[in-house]
Structure formats: structure tokens, C-alpha cells
Design a protein around this ligand. Sequence first.
Ligand code: SF4
Ligand code: SF4
Length: 171
Amino acid sequence: METDISRIKRLSEKKEDENWGFRAFLKGFDMPLKKMDRIVHRLYKQISSQIDCTKCANCCREIQIGLYKEDIKKLSKGIEISAEQFRKRYLAKGGEAGEFIFKEKPCPFLNNNLCSHYNYRPKVCRSYPHLHKNDFVFRLIGVIQNSSVCPIVFNVYEHLKAELWNVNDFD
Ligand code: SF4
Ligand code: SF4
């Protein structure tokens, strides 16, 4: 298993064509969606149990996440400022239509690898790296993008290649 984030970044660049090739393979692969999801969920459980997110925090450093109205409401309430002040201080327009992103990267709430407002963190932070969700095969572009940022995603995708495509770089 690869957990070194610099190596993961380099490997992801090197593997770009392979990653897209595997996506094309999965898109045409004759396997029921639910069965594929079960495999991904199993790998996700297995791999995330071996990775300590508090020693990584790379998603909070590298991704300018999207915040929706409800996220802004919750976070601003949590840190006791108005939604307007919160928007001015921390956010910029970006992402999908009508969405905001944090102005800065790393996230301004990241403190010593921990989220300083964990209980109020946005919905997308709670869900990341999204591998517990269903319909994996329809979310492969995001998976490939996240595989260069998140060791969990990188390793799940690599293990999936080994299981379904007989490509194994772990030896
Ligand atoms: S709000 Fe917290 S969990 Fe979300 S990106 Fe910022 S530091 Fe990370
Ligand atoms: S979700 Fe991925 S990128 Fe984020 S802290 Fe955990 S291992 Fe690191």
C-alpha cells in the first residue's frame, strides 16, 4: 500500500493514461452496478482502516471544496459570525453554479492536520473521499481526480485494477 503523498502525486501523473484506460474498461465491464459497489465498499473499508486521516489531511490542503447555503449557515453559526461576514472573510465564488469555495488553500480551518470546526464542517467534507457511495462506475472522473490527492482513493483504485484488470504494481 502506498501512503506517501509525494509519491502518490508522482505516480498519479505517471499512471494518467493507465487510469483513464481502466475507467474505459470499467465502463464497458459486464458486472452489475451493485456488485461493483460491493467490491469498492469492501476495499474502501479495508484500506481506510489502515490510513490515519489525522496524519494526512491532504484533502484539506489540496482541495478548494464547494460550500452550499446550508454549509455556510452552519459554519458561520458555529463560529458565531454572520453568514455575510463569513462569506466576506473566507469565501470566493466558484465551483458549481451558485456555489462558494474557500478563498485559500489549504482550508483556513485546518489546524495541525485537524479540522478546527469539525462539528460544523461542510457536507462534502463529511462525505470525502465519497467511496461509501453507490454507483461508483458513474463517478470515475472524480475518482481519478481524487486518486492524486487522497491515499485512500489511490489505493482503492490500484487494488481494483489488481482485482479486475490484473494490473498489480504492489509487488
Ligand atoms: S472545513 Fe475542516 S474538514 Fe473541511 S476542508 Fe476545512 S479543515 Fe478540512
Ligand atoms: S480522506 Fe484521504 S486525503 Fe483526506 S485525510 Fe483521509 S487519507 Fe488524506
